[in-house]
Design a protein around this ligand. Sequence first.
Ligand code: XBP
Ligand code: MG
Length: 234
Amino acid sequence: MLRALIFDVDGTLAETEEAHRAAFNEAFADLDLPWRWDRPLYRELLAVAGGKERLRAFLDRHDPGGTSDERIAALHQCKTAHYTTAVAQGAVPFRPGVARLIAEAHAAGVALAIATTTSRVNVDALFTGNGDAPPLAGFAAVMTAEDAPAKKPDPQVYRRALDALGLPPSACLAIEDSVNGLGAARAAGIPVLITESVYTHGDPFPGAAAVLTDLSGTTLADLVRLHGRAVQGS
Ligand code: XBP
Ligand code: MG
């Protein structure tokens, strides 16, 4: 029986990655660095989950002498300030169907959780900027980069969410947008629904219970049926 929905954030709750990309570029400009990440490059860089890890992977190639933890932390802090300012002002709406499904789940007594590799301040800012959506306070567990330093596809953040929910993986359904997120949730034993995002459209999603364009036509009853088929099949 479906007892909880565990939502990924970036690309799943909302199409946030363009705001992340803009914030990285604003941080480069603030610090007089010559780099600008365009969409094709950012799509490549998104193979690395975690903004700090993504910066390190880029600097390893383009400025191998400048990959100190302090420099990466300073860059990432500047980026996060730009990102939270933009998103808290409503720059990025929730994706179609997301707010409705959160409300349906809450009304039906299905627990809600978040499992993301982004920072807690970014999650708070996203919900601040979407004041008309159900509040973050309605989520039984919110696991972020601070709770799970090992980034997706490592299952740590999903295992922390299961611990916080006090539920077995078979009672949950993860909703994700990326191959890294699929891998993390599957490694934790959780069935996964993929909703492709702008940066993951067309990627292969082996092992997903289903792959959708978005949640606009999906009801909680659909998720219950999908979950039932997934756990029977596993
Ligand atoms: C996607 C990520 C995050 C964001 C950037 O997280 O990999 O790193 O791209 O945010 P999700 P930070 O698991 O929600 O898809 O710079 O805060 O890491
Ligand atoms: Mg994601």
